[in-house]
Design a protein around this ligand. Structure first.
Ligand code: ADP
Length: 508
C-alpha cells in the first residue's frame, strides 16, 4: 500500500502533538477540578467552624433563628442550618434573596431540613458528646437538579448536641469547569489544525528536494540522458538534502563519463572489428566468385584472410584482457575503500622475480635480433639489456610479462632499423623501475596525454600497418594500476621515448 511519506510524517507528529495536548488538558482539568472542590470543602468546613465557635451558639437561649449574613456566615453563596439532635431547625441563614443568577441553597425555595439527613444521622451516631471532638462529613446531594455540596458537623454546646450543615451549590464550579473544558478543547483543536497544516508544509518543503532527485532519476531512466542535474540550492542553506543532491549529481557525472566512455569504447571496438571482417569477406567473395583464380592468387587471398582473422583474434583477446583487468581494478578499488592500509592492498598476487621476467622477455626478442644481425643489419633495431637489479614485486607473472612485452613491442615497432631499444631494471627506495628506452620516432607532446587511452593511435596509419590496435598501452596501464604501480613516459619527437613502469617492491 502506497502511503506518501508526507502524509505519514504529518499524521505521525499530529498524533504525537494530539497525545501531548490530551495529557496536558487532562492534567490541567483534573487539577482545576480538585482545586475547586478542595476550596469549596474548605469554605464549607470553615463556615461550620465559625458557627460553632461564634457567639450564636454560646447558649441555646440566645440563639437567633436567622443567622445574619453581616458576620460573614451566610455570604458567598454558603447557606447554613443549625439543627437540634432531633433534626429540628434551630437557626438558618436568611432566605431573603431572589437572586436566581447566583443560586444558593437558600434561594432555591423551601430547602429540606436537614439538607442531607443521612449525613446528619451518621454524624450524630458517630459523635461522642463526652470527648466533644467535632467530626465533619462531606457529601453531595442533588436538589432541584442541582448538585449541592454539604458539610455536616456534630457538636455539643452547653450540654445539648447540635448538627451544623453548611451547603453550597456546585453549579458555578461545574460551569467554570465546563468553560475550561471547552477552552481546552478549542485550544487543542486549533493546535492540532496548526500542527497538521504546519507539518504538511514543512514535510512538503523537505520532501521537495527528494522529489526533485526522484524526478531527475526518473527522467534519466526514461530518456537515458545523463547530462541532467538536480538543483543543489535549498531555501535553508546547506543541509542534508543539499548534500544528497550534490552526491546524486556527482554520481550522475561519474555515470555520464562511464556511459560516454563505454559508448566510445563499443563504437571504437566495432569500428576496429569491421576492418578485418570486411577484408575477410572481400577475400572470401573473391574466392567464391572466381573459382578459376590462379593458385598463387587464391593462396594470397587465403593468407590475407588468415592474417586478418589473426588480427581480429588478437583484438578480441586484447578487449577481453581489458575487460577483465577493468573488473579486477574495480574490485580492488572497492577493497581499498573497505580497508585502510596501502601495504595490505599491494600484497596482491604472488611474489614475482621481475629480473627473471625481464630476461625472459628479452630472450623472446633477442634470437630474432641476433638472426637479423647475422643476416641483415636492416632487419630490426638493436635490443640492449642494461643493468638488471634482482627485484621482487607482488603480481601475476604472466600479466607483468605482458607489460614488458607490450612496451618492447612498441619500442621495436616505432624505432627505425638503425636505432636501438634498451631494457633496464633498477630499484628506487621502495619501488622497482622497469625502463624501456628507444631511439625511435618519439611521440608529439599533444599525443602524450592520450596514448594510454583505448584505441588511441598517434600515427594511425603506421600503427595499423604494424598490426597495432591502439589497445596495447591501455592494457599496460590497467595491469600496472592493478598492482598499485604507475607508468610514465618521456619522449622527444624524432629522438626517442622512455617508458618507465614503477611497481611497489615486495620486501618494502
Ligand atoms: P598501438 O597498438 O597502436 O601500438 P598502443 O596503445 O601500444 O597502440 O600505443 C598507442 C600509441 O602510442 C601508438 O599508436 C603510438 O602512436 C604511440 N606509441 C607507443 N609506444 C611508442 C613508442 N615507443 N614510440 C613512439 N610512439 C609510441
Amino acid at each position: 500500500m502506497y502511503i506518501p511519506l508526507q502524509l505519514r510524517l504529518t499524521l505521525f507528529y499530529t498524533v504525537i502533538i494530539a497525545l501531548a495536548l490530551w495529557f496536558f488538558g487532562q492534567t490541567v482539568y483534573a487539577q482545576a477540578e480538585q482545586r475547586a472542590y478542595a476550596d469549596l470543602n474548605t469554605t464549607l468546613s470553615s463556615r461550620a467552624a465559625s458557627v460553632r465557635l461564634g457567639k450564636f451558639l454560646a447558649s441555646p437561649g440566645t440563639l437567633p433563628t436567622v443567622l445574619p449574613s453581616v458576620d460573614g456566615l451566610g455570604t458567598g453563596g454558603v447557606s447554613i442550618e443549625v439543627l437540634s439532635d432531633k433534626m429540628s431547625l434551630l437557626a438558618a441563614t436568611a432566605n431573603n434573596t431572589n437572586d436566581f443568577t447566583n443560586p444558593t441553597v437558600d434561594n432555591l425555595g423551601s430547602s429540606p431540613i436537614p439538607w442531607d439527613s443521612q449525613a446528619a444521622r451518621i454524624a450524630l451516631q458517630q459523635f461522642d458528646p463526652l470527648s466533644n471532638s467535632p467530626h465533619g462529613y462531606y457529601s453531595t446531594v442533588t436538589y432541584q437538579r442541582q448538585h449541592i455540596r454539604v458539610y455536616t458537623l456534630a457538636n455539643v454546646d452547653f450540654g445539648s448536641v447540635h448538627i451544623i450543615q453548611t451547603a453550597r451549590s456546585e453549579q458555578d464550579i461545574e460551569q467554570s469547569l465546563a468553560n475550561l473544558r471547552l477552552l481546552l478543547l478549542q485550544g487543542g483543536t486549533l493546535a492540532i489544525i496548526f500542527a497538521l497544516v504546519g507539518g504538511w508544509f514543512l514535510t512538503w518543503g523537505v520532501l521537495f528536494a527528494v522529489r526533485r532527485v526522484t524526478k531527475t532519476a526518473r527522467s534519466i531512466s526514461t530518456s537515458r540522458n545523463f547530462s541532467q542535474r538536480v538543483p543543489t540550492q535549498t531555501r535553508f542553506g546547506k543541509d542534508e538534502l543539499a548534500v544528497l543532491a550534490t552526491t546524486f549529481n556527482e554520481m550522475l557525472t561519474n555515470l555520464e563519463e562511464l556511459y560516454q566512455h563505454q559508448e566510445r569504447f563499443v563504437a571504437d571496438a566495432s569500428h576496429e572489428l569491421r576492418a578485418p571482417i570486411t577484408s575477410i569477406r572481400c577475400n572470401l567473395d573473391l574466392l567464391t566468385k572466381a573459382p578459376d583464380l590462379p593458385p598463387a592468387e587464391a593462396q594470397a587471398a587465403l593468407q590475407d584472410a588468415r592474417a586478418e582473422a589473426d588480427r581480429m583474434g588478437r583484438l578480441v583477446n586484447d578487449l577481453l584482457t581489458l575487460t577483465r583487468s577493468d573488473a579486477s581494478l574495480a574490485s580492488l578499488q572497492h577493497e581499498v575503500s573497505l580497508t585502510d592500509g596501502y601495504r595490505k592492498i599491494h600484497r596482491h598476487g604472488q611474489i614475482v622475480d621481475l629480473d627473471s621476467l625481464l630476461l625472459e622477455a628479452f630472450r623472446q626478442y633477442h634470437p630474432t635480433k641476433e638472426q637479423n644481425t647475422t643476416e641483415s643489419q636492416q632487419n630490426g633495431p638493436r635490443l640492449l639489456l642494461q643493468n638488471i637489479t634482482p627485484t621482487q614485486v607482488y603480481g601475476d607473472a604472466d600479466q607483468l610479462k605482458q607489460v614488458i612485452v607490450a612496451l618492447l613491442d612498441n619500442a621495436l615497432k616505432y624505432t627505425p632499423f638503425e636505432g636501438s631499444v634498451s631494457l633496464a631494471l633498477s630499484t628506487e627506495t621502495d619501488e622497482a623501475m622497469v625502463t624501456v628506452t628507444d631511439t625511435g620516432i618519439g611521440i608529439a607532446p599533444e599525443d602524450i596525454p592520450h596514448i594510454f587511452e583505448r584505441f588511441y593511435r598517434a600515427d594511425r596509419a603506421r600503427s595499423r600497418e604494424r598490426g597495432g590496435s591502439g589497445l596495447g598501452l591501455a592494457i599496460v596501464q590497467s595491469i600496472v594500476q592493478q598492482y598499485h604501480g604507475s607508468i610514465e613516459v618521456e619522449s622527444t619527437p624524432g629522438k626517442g621515448s622512455t617508458f618507465t613502469v614503477k611497481l611497489p617492491l615486495a620486501n618494502s
